[in-house]
Ligand binder design. Structure first.
Ligand code: ATP
Ligand code: MG
Length: 382
């Protein structure tokens, strides 16, 4: 006998009514990125998928799951459960144990504590040298008595929590090869957003290595959302154009305003209602409130900055966990770094930025539209 199902517990259990139905429908769909539809069953308060190592492994990429357990599912009968318990103790190494039984089916002949006593007795009869220990035992055998079917299991694995991807819609995310923006994307996926990636390159300064890095990062992040789309924009012409301005300190500010105008246009085209990035407040000189204020002006969509309050080491810890750190730290030429003036303005103001655009860059919007028309759209599937 072996595990036959994986029991999946939902996150955010406070959800009610329609929301909950949508949540479950979305989670069902997201499970099917990896698992055959015929192997998935979602119920009001939990889901089941057929047991296999492959199915178990993929759950670590699916948001909206609070925990999961490989389980032995059996018809509700004392003798069936007893056989499973005996099987488990014959396979596991342990000195101390506990039985944790729950009777959901109130018509079942024994109460939860009677079940604990009963199965504790069975284990001790088979293996008299073992000890009952209620706190931190080596082995806990969980028994759930339901109506027709019951479940026996030993392990709880933590799920990712959060909300199923797409349950909150979509978002255009500015992705670079740095450490921050991949982490920010993953945090937004956690809140149920599917990410459409947007990346600016400036060949010939950025090269194949820069592109390979972005590919690798998107390939990691797509695992959390089933597939992914990337708009890769050749930004060289606009960047050169901005480089002509008289007040060189404003180059980065104007470049970022331009990034967000482009993001805003792509969002509209894709019917997407938010833009996001990996910005943080005060971590680098350019990320000041004045800078955020001056840049935000150019778009009318909300901009999400999930890392706004993070310390760098908090971001790095997540980058390690999701495996983007090793890719991010590989050296490759990045658009922003190449373009940065010696003394960029740290507290830009809107009037000055606007004035420079109006007076010195009359063609900028035309060039931006051209960039969008020529964007390379890449699709990544699992
Ligand atoms: P990151 O590690 O994400 O690059 P950072 O701390 O290096 O962030 P910046 O380089 O100032 O900060 O970039 C701030 C944000 O601007 C990034 O998090 C990203 O969202 C966006 N960004 C920067 N460069 C690019 C690019 N070439 N293409 C798309 N977005 C970019
Ligand atoms: Mg960067």
């Amino acid at each position: 006998m072996d595990y036959n199902k994986i029991l999946i517990r939902y996150g955010e259990l406070t959800l009610k009514g329609e929301n909950k139905k949508d949540f479950i429908r979305q989670l069902h769909n997201n499970l099917s990125w990896y698992i055959e539809k015929s192997e998935i069953k979602t119920e009001y308060d939990r889901a089941f998928v057929d047991y296999s190592q492959k199915n178990l492994d993929c759950l670590k990429y699916i948001f909206g799951i609070s925990s999961y357990s490989p389980v032995y599912e059996t018809e509700t009968s004392l003798i069936n459960i007893e056989n499973i318990v005996k099987e488990i103790i014959s396979k596991k190494q342990f000195d101390s144990f506990a039985i944790n039984a729950r009777r959901h089916n109130k018509n079942f002949s024994m109460t939860s504590s009677e079940l604990n006593m009963y199965f504790g007795g069975i284990v001790l009869k088979q293996m008299p040298d073992k000890q009952v220990k209620l706190k931190n035992p080596d082995l806990t055998i969980y028994i759930e008595i339901r109506d027709q079917r019951s479940f026996v299991f030993c392990d709880y694995f933590d799920g990712l929590g959060g909300m199923p991807v797409l349950s909150s819609g979509k978002c255009i995310h500015l992705i670079s090869g740095g450490i921050d923006s991949p982490v920010a994307a993953n945090l937004l996926q956690k809140r149920g957003l599917k990410i459409v990636f947007l990346n600016f390159i400036t060949p010939p300064q950025t090269d194949e290595k820069t592109i390979a890095k972005i590919d690798e990062i998107v390939n990691i992040l797509k695992k959390y959302q089933g597939n992914a789309m990337l708009y890769q924009i050749n930004y060289s012409k606009v960047m050169e154009y901005i480089g002509l301005i008289s007040n060189q300190k404003y180059k980065i500010t104007l470049m970022r305003r331009s990034f967000y105008r482009i993001a805003n246009l792509i969002a509209k085209k894709e019917n997407i209602k938010a833009i996001s990035n990996g910005e943080n407040l005060a971590q680098v000189a350019s990320q000041t409130l004045e800078s955020i204020y001056t840049i935000s002006e150019v778009c009318d969509l909300p901009i999400f900055r999930p890392l706004i309050s993070f310390d760098k080491n908090e971001t790095i810890a997540i980058a390690k966990k999701i495996n983007t750190l090793d890719v991010s730290i590989v050296r490759a030429c990045e658009t922003c770094e190449l373009f940065a003036p010696k003394n960029p303005v740290t507290k830009p103001n809107r009037q000055e930025a606007y004035k420079l655009e109006e007076e010195e860059l009359p063609l900028i919007k035309e060039f931006e539209n051209e960039c969008i028309e020529n964007a390379i759209i890449k699709k990544y599937s699992i």
